[in-house]
Design a protein around this ligand. Structure first.
Ligand code: TYM
Length: 331
């Protein structure tokens, strides 16, 4: 890692079952960007506490997430990988940012509104302040690039608002943040293709990185093709999403074959689904093999996170010292 590379930061919640939406929208990009940037990746365990977590299971969820990230190719020799709660500074900086943020701007956040609807029994202040902590995650490391899926763009815009407020009040310190999106920035649900793929919509709507071949075949076979209004290319939303996946998991030749069949009306969705399922299985096979190997070594995984946290802490401490000084806090 050299000092002149730009700093890149991203995070994922340890809520279990990383799915192909997460993978295509963000995580694959995390792997690809490791050489070009000083990459810092965090398992955001403070964030995920804003929805119910079983304390007996939580540690396993965090380790499981670390295993999945290592298995897809996050390399601790290249990147800093750590659990958010193992570094001090995230919540401190979030508190500072909370004092700059009007409540009205937080009330407009789409993810907050969605999650508040889904968790009516537990609309806690953490859920509300969630994007402020997200801004702190990024700015604690003065990161400028953030690879994410489309659903997180609004949070990055908010982070830019926060940093402008900070710079105005305490003097120019943070540079603007740029979101980085991929071609798969918005993968839709298999069963409700008008909504993004998400664990909260139920098992059949997403494919997990850990799903076995039979489960993948069955979920793809059940994907809806005939509901929802047709989109610009005359495909229903479900069919459009299947073509997107085909594009991301196979090659141009395969996509062209089915495009042609779709245009002349001879397409059999069962055949297309079988080919798509096969391609997903093939992509996930080496990842699942590495997951199995890493699961045998939980202590090693814990040690990787600890070492990552120590490295992240060094950067966080230096920046927090500057920030405290600017605000006028005692040393
Ligand atoms: P999370 O844990 O929900 O998701 C992790 C990443 O996966 C992307 N993603 C998708 N991309 C395409 N299609 C989908 N259907 C899909 N579903 C999820 C998300 O956009 C995300 O990039 N708030 C963040 C975590 C976070 C964070 C941060 C991210 C906390 N602090 C700082 C960046 C920087 C979240 O809930 O991600």
């Amino acid at each position: 890692m050299t000092e002149d590379k730009k700093i890149l930061f991203s995070g994922i919640q340890p809520t279990g079952n990383i799915h192909i939406g997460n993978y295509l929208g963000a995580l694959k990009n995390w792997v690809d960007l490791q050489d070009k940037y000083t990459a810092i990746y965090s398992i955001v365990d403070w964030h995920a506490l804003s929805i119910d977590q079983d304390p007996k299971e939580y540690k396993n969820r965090i380790l499981e997430t670390a295993i999945d990230l290592l298995a897809i190719g996050i390399d601790p020799k290249k990147s800093i990988l750590f659990a958010q709660s193992q570094v001090t500074g995230h919540t401190e900086l979030a508190w500072i940012f909370n004092t700059l943020m009007p409540i009205s701007e937080l009330e407009r956040m789409t993810q907050y509104k969605d999650k508040a609807k889904q968790n009516k029994h537990n609309i806690n202040a953490g859920l509300f302040n969630y994007p402020v902590l997200q801004a702190a995650d990024i700015l604690l490391y003065k990161a400028e690039i953030v690879p994410i899926g489309e659903d997180q763009v609004q949070h990055i815009e908010l982070a830019n608002t926060i940093l402008r407020k900070f710079n105005n009040k305490y003097g120019q310190y943070f540079n603007p943040i740029k979101p980085m999106l991929t071609k798969g920035a918005r993968i839709m649900s298999l069963t409700k293709p008008d909504k993004k793929m998400s664990k909260s919509l139920g098992d059949n709507n997403y494919i997990s990185l850990r799903d076995n071949p039979d489960t993948i075949k069955s979920k793809v076979a059940k994907a809806v093709t005939d509901t929802g209004p047709a989109v610009a290319d005359k495909k229903s939303l479900g069919v459009h999403n299947l073509f997107e996946l085909l594009h991301l998991f196979t090659n141009n030749e395969v996509v062209k074959k089915y495009e042609k069949q779709h245009n002349d009306g001879s397409i059999k969705y069962s055949e297309m689904k079988e080919e798509l399922a096969g391609a997903i299985i093939k992509t996930l096979e080496p990842i699942q093999k590495r997951i199995k190997e890493l699961e045998k070594k939980p202590k090693k995984v814990e040690a990787i996170l600890k070492k990552g946290a120590n490295r992240a802490q060094v950067i966080a401490n230096a920046n927090m010292e500057d920030i405290r000084d600017r605000i006028g806090l005692l040393k």
